[in-house]
Write a protein that binds this ligand. Structure first.
Ligand SMILES: [Zn+2]
Length: 245
C-alpha cells in the first residue's frame, strides 16, 4: 500500500490518498485536490496498470484527480454531484468565508486563518489559486452498500456511511480487518454541518463503525489508528451528538 498526501496544503484540506496494488486491478482511494497530476507524479504506481479510482465522497479535496482515471466509482447518492461544476468549484483560501463559518470550523477543531491562503507553496510557477477548480467528470461505476470491489487477490466491501455527506462510503477489507473510512471517521475534527450533512445518519454510521472488528483504520484525513481508537472516536461523536443514547 502507498500513502500519498499533498504536502503544502493546510491540514483542513489535506486528504489522504491510498493506493492499493491488486493482482488484477489496483485501487486508488481518493485523489486529493488535484493541484498537480496524480498519475503524472507517480508513473511507477500507475503506468500500464488497470486502476479503479474510488471517491469516498464528492468533496473537492478528495476528487481532484478523479478525472485522470478511466474507471471511476462513487456512491450512487453523489453521482450527480461529481458532474456539477458549481459543486466542484472548491476554494483554496478563506477569503469570503463568513465569521460564522470560521467560528463553526474553529469549534470543531479547525482554526483556519482569516482571509488567507490554505496553501503554503505554489505547486508550480504561475499557479493561480483563484482559478482552481476540480474537473467534473462522471463515475462509470455506482456503488451501493454491500457491493464488493474485486482486485483479484483482495476484496473491499463498500460500506455506505452517510452523515458527513449523503453518499460517504468506507471500504472494508474483512480479511485483513482494515477499514478505509473516508471522512466518516478520522482522528481529527469531524465535520457534520454542511448543508447536506445529516447528524442523525452520522450517529447511525458511528454505531455501525463502533461494532466493526477493525484492526487498522485509514481515514480521509490525519494519521491512521487502531480499532480501540476507532471505538473511542465513535463513542466521542455519539456522546457529543446523541447524548444519553
Ligand atoms: Zn469531506
Amino acid at each position: 500500500m502507498t500513502h500519498i498526501t499533498e504536502p503544502h496544503v493546510h491540514t483542513y484540506l489535506r486528504c489522504n490518498i491510498w493506493h492499493l496494488r491488486g493482482r488484477d486491478t489496483d485501487v486508488v482511494i481518493d485523489s486529493g485536490l488535484g493541484l498537480v497530476s496524480l498519475v503524472g507524479s507517480f508513473p511507477e504506481l500507475f503506468a500500464g496498470r488497470r486502476v479503479l479510482a474510488v471517491a469516498t465522497h464528492y468533496h473537492f479535496d478528495h476528487v481532484g484527480g478523479f478525472h485522470e482515471f478511466d474507471d471511476r466509482a462513487i456512491h450512487e447518492a453523489e453521482a450527480h454531484l461529481i458532474t456539477d461544476e458549481t459543486v466542484m468549484a472548491g476554494r483554496l483560501h478563506t477569503r469570503g468565508a463568513s465569521p460564522g463559518q470560521l467560528a463553526q470550523l474553529a469549534e470543531a477543531g479547525y482554526d483556519l486563518p482569516v482571509e488567507a491562503e490554505l496553501l503554503t507553496a505554489a505547486p508550480f510557477a504561475g499557479f493561480d489559486p483563484d482559478a482552481y477548480t476540480v474537473t467534473p467528470c462522471a463515475a462509470n461505476r455506482l456503488l451501493h452498500d454491500g457491493d464488493v470491489v474485486e482486485m483479484g487477490d483482495r476484496s473491499l466491501e463498500v460500506l455506505h456511511l452517510p452523515g458527513h455527506s449523503p453518499g460517504s462510503i468506507g471500504l472494508w477489507d474483512a480479511e485483513r480487518r482494515v477499514l478505509f473510512s473516508g471522512d466518516a471517521v478520522y482522528d481529527g475534527p469531524l465535520l457534520d454541518f454542511d448543508a447536506d450533512s445529516d447528524v442523525a445518519a452520522y450517529c447511525e454510521t458511528m454505531r455501525r463503525l463502533r461494532d466493526l472488528p477493525a484492526r487498522r483504520v485509514h481515514g480521509g484525513h490525519e494519521a491512521s489508528f487502531d480499532g480501540a481508537r476507532l471505538r473511542e472516536l465513535c463513542d466521542a461523536y455519539l456522546h457529543r451528538r446523541s447524548p444519553g443514547s
